[in-house]
Design a protein. Structure first.
Lengths: 133, 361
């Protein structure tokens, strides 16, 4: 199986495949491999679950959207609307609490860093010890 | 038409302007009304500016009757499903496919849940739907696997002639400048794989610096995917990527007019209307072989078998450099879209739906 299929003359298709291979090989012969560079640049940007902080904010956004999705009067909901709303309001509350904890943790780190910076500026070298938060 | 003629009503979760399902529902209602049937569109939610075209599905109860027909456009889970299943009317389903939930895992838990639940609802309706009308054989296979007994593929009823309307002057002014414009039309969604288009363009831009990537489609459903794409564009440092969002019809016409090629790397499509639209505008189509894409192209265009971004960029360059090859492909595409004229798709759909409605249970 090649790179592509098209309703064209088999010889023309083979020529195109050969051209593609040749051009890519030429680039590599010149010491440049764009695929490696591309991967290096992308890093973890396509790693969907990489940042918890973003995720918490995003879950909050989703939960709010979900609560708004279900109008009280929706027919055919089998009486589940109230329950679903309460469940998602609980999720929102929980996520808000998580975010508060997270923010407090971040603030704690920042305060500690601020304190160390002040000590360093005052000439206390022990504040720069490795292992300290 | 006699007074005992059944009423044929359509149901869909959301009626949005510019949406393929909503457009088809409007076309079908127009055809049914022209044929003398009483026909309305019932929705769970009306999109912006669409309230005049539809009614809330709770209003249907007043005209529900065992001899009438309900046509449910199914694409996602929705409170309408339970109402549809319990109503005494005869039931048809128009199946537009549901994006597999795994595409949304880790990106949008809400859409993950909705799509997963949608598959469950699809299976639950197998025993209540008398006739299912998938828009492609690919969708038809899914319905049979879900337990549907009567399945007849009928192409989407779309008025492609609506694209003969004036193009947005601003878009033409901005992009009709001799540069190569690679175009994709489709909502920003992980299954549509706009990330692959950005990666292909990263390589193509090195081959042809006077080029752009135009991505048309709303980010509303999965806003986090847009964040990821923005991050990707920034990390790659690639210029001239336009994420235009949802656009007006006039702007869409303009984007097709300024485009040099239509590139689709989607990994799940139940039909893919933009492929037909691109063919109608005479654009060479380069599309990854997934879902119903190969069926929609039916041997025309360029079907990508392997996602090797750099090689695809080179392939697009070969295609755009070789005028004779491009002409040959576009000519074959032109023949392909003859199947999808408004007259032929309307006739086929109306024959199916009226035969069903007139036949006694």
């Amino acid at each position: 199986m090649g790179l592509f299929d098209a309703d064209i003359d088999a010889q023309r298709k083979a020529e195109i495949e050969a051209t593609i291979t040749k051009r890519m090989a030429e680039r590599r012969a010149n010491g440049s491999d764009p695929t490696v560079e591309e991967r290096h640049r992308i890093g973890d940007v396509l790693d969907y679950g990489r940042t918890d902080f973003e995720q918490i904010t995003y879950d909050l956004y989703n939960a709010r959207k979900f609560v708004r999705m279900f109008p009280d009067e929706a027919e055919g909901s089998g009486g589940l609307v109230g329950g679903i709303k309460r469940l998602y309001q609980r999720v929102v509350r929980r996520l808000l609490r998580q975010q508060i904890v997270f923010n407090e943790a971040v603030l704690g780190v920042l305060e500690d860093l601020d304190e160390r910076l002040k000590k360093l500026e005052a000439g206390d070298d022990t504040a720069d010890k490795p292992g300290k938060t | 038409m006699g007074g005992a003629q059944p009423e044929i009503h359509q149901f869909l979760p959301v009626l949005d302007a510019g949406d393929a399902i909503g457009n088809e529902a409007k076309q079908i209602r127009r055809l049914l009304r022209s044929a003398g049937y009483t026909s309305d569109i019932f929705v769970w939610r009306a999109g912006k500016g669409q309230k005049g075209y539809c009614r809330h599905y709770s209003r249907h109860r007043a005209c529900s009757a065992p001899g009438n027909v309900m046509l449910y456009h199914f694409s996602v889970c929705c409170p309408i499903t339970a109402y549809f299943a319990s109503a005494p009317d005869r039931k048809m389903m128009r199946y537009h496919n549901i994006t597999p939930a795994q595409f949304f895992a880790g990106i949008d838990e809400e859409v993950y849940y909705i799509t997963k639940k949608g598959r469950r609802e699809l299976a639950q309706l197998a025993n209540v739907v008398e006739l299912a009308l998938p828009v492609s054989d690919y969708n038809g296979r899914e319905l049979r696997e879900a337990g549907y007994r009567r399945v007849e593929t009928t192409p989407l009823v779309v008025d492609y002639d609506a694209f003969d309307s004036p193009a947005d002057a601003d878009v033409l002014r901005r992009y009709d400048d001799g540069w190569t414009n690679l175009l994709f039309v489709g909502r920003l969604s992980p299954n549509k794989k706009q990330e692959d288009l950005v990666r292909i363009f990263y390589h193509y831009k090195r081959i042809n610096p006077r080029s752009r990537l135009l991505l048309i489609g709303s980010a509303r459903q999965v806003p986090r995917y847009k964040q990821l794409l923005d991050g990707l564009v920034e990390r790659l440092g690639v210029n001239d990527v336009a994420l235009a969002g949802g656009v007006s019809h006039a702007a869409l016409v303009a984007y097709y007019k300024v485009a040099s090629a239509f590139v689709c790397m989607s990994e799940h499509e139940g039909f893919c209307v933009p492929l037909i639209e691109a063919m109608r505008f005479g654009l060479p189509v380069v599309a990854y072989d997934a879902g119903a894409v190969a069926e929609t192209l039916d041997g025309t265009g360029v079907l990508i078998r392997e996602k090797r971004h750099e090689a695809i960029a080179e392939l697009i360059n070969c295609l755009l450099e070789d005028e004779a090859l491009r002409g040959q492909l576009v000519e074959k595409q032109r023949h392909r879209i003859e199947v999808y004229t408004h007259a032929s798709t309307s006739r086929r759909f109306m024959n199916t739906i009226t035969a069903f409605a007139e036949r006694k249970q």
